[in-house]
Design a protein around this ligand. Structure first.
Ligand code: PLP
Length: 848
């Protein structure tokens, strides 16, 4: 049977229902409740059986049912409503004014995209965030295109064996039942892009999936022309093997830019979601050089000023590094166009002054090719500045040019249908515009307690139903005895305080914290007056035996006969399970070891649904926490002794559940409703709506990075890069002449002590060499001294030329105001009077 020919039969869709086909081919449906209902109502059990995949669903519906719907007035009216909204939100090109000019475009690169569970291109939070980024861009009509990889086997599916040990499965994704289309070249053939490494061709197909208004371009090396090892590049997400991992990153960065070029797309801004995508900068340099006929030095003034780089990893070891020998074959084809040696190219990913054999860092390459760099929460911004301060050795940590944009979540994707109805009624049709409409958060107070509690109880019932079904399946697969199977059908209790813990089982997330004192935990679960039930879910990395061990001990604990009903582990955590959990639990538990959780987003999803957070002070929770809307475990201390920390924090956790959470939950003064709890639910929903929605996040990226960078792109490349050339010359001049600068220790006009509101004069003598005073900033740098020779929280004041001396040096001066009492220190320094990219070059800074 070696010559099987394949063909596909799709159902015949009657003309009045033709829009269903359009809708099923744009993932926009997946976050629009009305659109989901349009599919679901056709046949709810089949909808679930299809895995909520409209294309599979269509093949399951009997033809008669379609004929029936084609003449069903109520169905056709529903369809028309969805169609009009789709036309307005997705197809409509011309409405309102836009800050974006014709031709401007952001290309957003990411290794993972989590848009819907049917498209398994993600492992966890990073991917979901990328998916939300596209959805938010669609909602805000930002010109953006996503670029990623199409994995044939995605990330693994998890199941547990009889001992509770995690097993992994890699089912192949059925591409024919996904809303994917192959891009075509000018001849009408499948578009294929090429890279070369060590004389070997790597070819990749270019696919597209439409996410509302936003196209997501996906590369796929599973082509007949490729040898097996090349075909496997896009087999799985996060393959453990370094050479494959590197090949994936090369394909994403260099291949991704080539695909855009082949599609005739020239991004004015590139956004790198994590260091995996840093190779974008290399190919972008080549394209810009070729398109504008400019040299490398000039192109290197354009790329960083128009690149955004978001980092998500608060530990140095979490960043990708590769041996230079592994990277070289991919760089070789660029050396002649760049006029660089292979070692010079590799040095782009090595620290300044590193040995040629030191590892090639994707993060350092990112830093060298991006001006706009950010962490993903306020705390993570701080951690990243500290972690990378060695790249700017002469600046203080505070001045490391890394800022933060706190993540947000896409509200329509995560909100329970019942809460959506409440929002529709009390907030109005614009509720899904989240924080961009300030009234949205305020109006949450208008929701009646009864309504909110009822909506929440419905979400909780749905969760419990789903858990029972899943447990039934889990135990059925393990051939459990009949009595156990029966028992499984009645796990969990509708009126019991429900705590969910669902996340990757990485060590730093500390699922084990809850098990420090099993007897105490058991007493909490089985409390007579105030029982508590726990639901766990999450995958451990296939190579993480410690994480798998934690899952097993958790399953073991739940097997104690008196806990069976109230302590459960759900297999195969994904977006589908996550939705039920963040909507239906009462409490969302999070116990990361500070500061390892860069941001965390599942707690935001919970908060939006009125689920209260109990969390250590890490990531986003440092910005969101207030005693009015949740609980914190500890006060954000950082410990040297992790064992000790775990003991202290697990005790704190037990105390919070026992003494605060459970009593409040079970306090039912009026008509069975927990009034005080409901007040916290609303406070929590308001906080998440105002501060942690993806539109707030997207507005920040747009205003602070995308728009300035994109406009700058136009200016820099105009007149065959005239302005970029000028900047290149300026940059070169600074680097060449900087060594000539000398400045003397500052002199104060008086020695003090001073009183508040007094001031004194500071002067310094600067030899500027061939650089002119107007090319330099001479800065007075002062602030309170806490340690012997460190100025904390520094202030900077410009000094001005007071005198040009006969020896060619300049006397600079300014006054230093004493505005607060305390012990102060001051010094002076010189930086370039240039734009941020030049000003922050590590070598262009001289202290007295
Ligand atoms: C939101 C989400 C995450 C990320 O949550 P964290 O708080 O970062 O753990 C991971 N997986 C799924 C399926 C999600 O929906």
């Amino acid at each position: 049977m070696r010559s099987i020919q394949t063909f596909q039969v799709f159902p015949y869709i009657p003309e009045p229902l033709a829009f269903l086909e359009t809708l099923s081919r744009n993932l926009w449906w997946s976050w629009n409740q009305n659109a989901i209902e349009l599919f679901r109502r056709v046949n709810p059990p089949l909808w679930e059986a299809s895995g909520r995949n409209p294309i599979v669903f269509a093949t399951l519906i009997p033809q008669e049912r379609l004929e029936e719907l084609a003449v069903d007035d109520s169905y056709l009216a529903h369809l028309d409503q969805v169609r009009r909204r789709f036309e307005n939100r997705v197809l409509n090109q011309t409405d309102g004014e836009s800050p974006w000019d014709e031709g401007e475009l952001v290309a957003y690169f990411s290794m993972e995209f989590g848009i819907h569970e049917t498209l398994p291109l993600f492992a966890g939070g990073l991917g979901i965030l990328a998916g939300d980024h596209l959805k938010a861009a669609s909602g805000m009509k930002i010109p953006l295109v996503g670029v990623g990889l199409l994995y044939r086997e995605g990330y693994f599916r998890q199941f547990l064996d009889n001992d509770g040990w995690q097993q992994e499965e890699y089912p192949e994704t059925d591409l024919f039942h996904l809303p994917l289309t192959k891009e075509k070249d000018s001849q009408g053939d499948d578009m294929v892009i090429r890279l070369t490494a060590a004389g070997q061709d790597i070819r990749a197909l270019v696919w597209k999936v439409q996410v509302g208004r936003i196209p997501l371009i996906l590369l796929d090396t599973n082509l007949h022309d490729n040898p097996p090892e090349i075909r496997d590049i896009t087999a799985r997400l996060y393959s453990g093997e370094q050479p494959i991992r590197l090949a994936q990153e090369v394909l994403l960065g260099i291949g991704g830019m080539r695909a855009l070029e082949a599609l005739g797309i020239q991004p004015t801004v590139c956004h790198l979601n994590e260091g995996h995508c840093s190779f974008v900068g290399i190919e972008r340099l080549r394209q810009i050089m070729a398109r504008y006929s400019i040299d490398l030095e000039t192109a290197r003034e354009v790329v960083p000023r128009t690149t955004v780089f978001t980092t998500h990893t608060p530990v140095a070891a979490g960043h990708d590094e590769f041996p230079p020998a592994m990277v070289k074959p991919y760089f070789e084809p660029f050396t002649s166009a760049f006029g660089m040696t292979i070692d010079q190219m590799v040095a782009l990913g090595q620290p300044d002054g590193a040995m040629p054999e030191s590892p090639f860092s994707m993060f350092i390459l990112g830093l060298r090719t991006a001006q706009y760099i950010n962490g993903v929460s306020e705390l993570h911004g701080q951690v990243a500045r500290h972690m990378w301060s060695h790249v700017w050795p002469t600046r203080s940590d505070d001045e490391t040019p890394i800022t933060h944009v706190t993540n947000g979540v896409h509200i329509p994707t995560v909100l329970a249908p019942e809460i959506k109805l409440l929002y529709e009624r009390h907030l109005g049709p614009q509720w899904n515009m989240g924080s961009t409409i300030p009234d949205n958060a305020r109006r949450i107070d208008d929701i009646f307690d009864e309504e909110l509690w009822q909506a929440h109880e419905m979400s909780r019932s749905r969760l419990i139903r789903m858990v029972r079904e899943m447990m039934h399946r889990q135990y059925g697969r393990r051939n459990a005895p009949v009595n156990i199977m029966k028992a499984v059908d009645s796990v969990l209790d509708q009126d019991t305080l429900t705590i969910a813990f669902a996340r990757r089982f990485a060590t730093y997330k500390r699922a084990h914290l809850l098990f420090k004192d099993p007897e105490r935990l058991e007493a909490i679960v089985n409390s007579k007056d105030r029982p508590v039930q726990f639901i766990f879910a999450g995958k451990a990395h296939p190579k993480d035996n410690e994480g798998k061990g934690i899952i097993r001990s958790l399953v073991d604990f739940g097997r104690r006969t008196n806990l069976r009903h109230r302590f459960l582990f759900l297999e195969d955590y994904d977006m589908h399970i996550a939705r039920y959990l963040v909507q239906g639990a009462d409490v969302w538990l999070n116990t990361p070891r500070r500061p390892m959780e860069a941001c965390g987003t599942s707690g935001m999803k919970a908060a939006l649904n009125g689920v209260l957070n109990v969390s250590t002070m890490d990531g986003w929770w440092c910005e969101a926490y207030s005693p009015k809307l949740g609980w914190r475990i500890g006060n954000g201390e950082e410990y040297q002794d992790h064992n000790f920390q775990d003991s202290v924090e697990s005790q704190a956790l037990y105390n919070i559940i026992e003494n605060e959470v459970a009593p409040l939950y079970y306090d039912r003064p009026s008509g069975g409703m927990p009034t005080a709890w409901l007040k916290m639910m609303k406070a929590s929903m308001k906080m998440a709506m105002a501060g942690f929605c993806s539109l707030r996040m997207m507005s920040e990226y747009e205003e602070r990075f995308y728009l300035p960078a994109s406009h700058r792109f136009g200016e820099l490349v105009a007149d065959t890069g005239a302005e970029a050339k000028k900047l290149g010359e300026q940059h070169h001049r600074y680097v060449e002449k900087w060594g000539q600068i000398r400045l003397s220790a500052p002199i104060a006009s008086a020695r003090g002590p001073f009183r508040v509101n007094q001031s004194f004069d500071v002067t310094t003598v600067v030899q500027t060499g061939e650089l002119r005073p107007e090319e330099l900033n001479v800065e007075l740098y002062y602030g309170k001294i806490k340690h012997v020779d460190r100025i904390d929280d520094p202030h900077i004041k410009m000094m001005h030329v007071r005198e040009s001396r006969s020896d060619g040096a300049y006397l600079y001066g300014c006054t230093l105001p004493c505005s607060d009492s305390g012990r102060y220190g001051f010094t002076v320094r010189v930086t370039p009077n240039a734009d941020a990219w030049i000003r922050y070059r590590p070598e262009l800074l001289t202290w007295a």
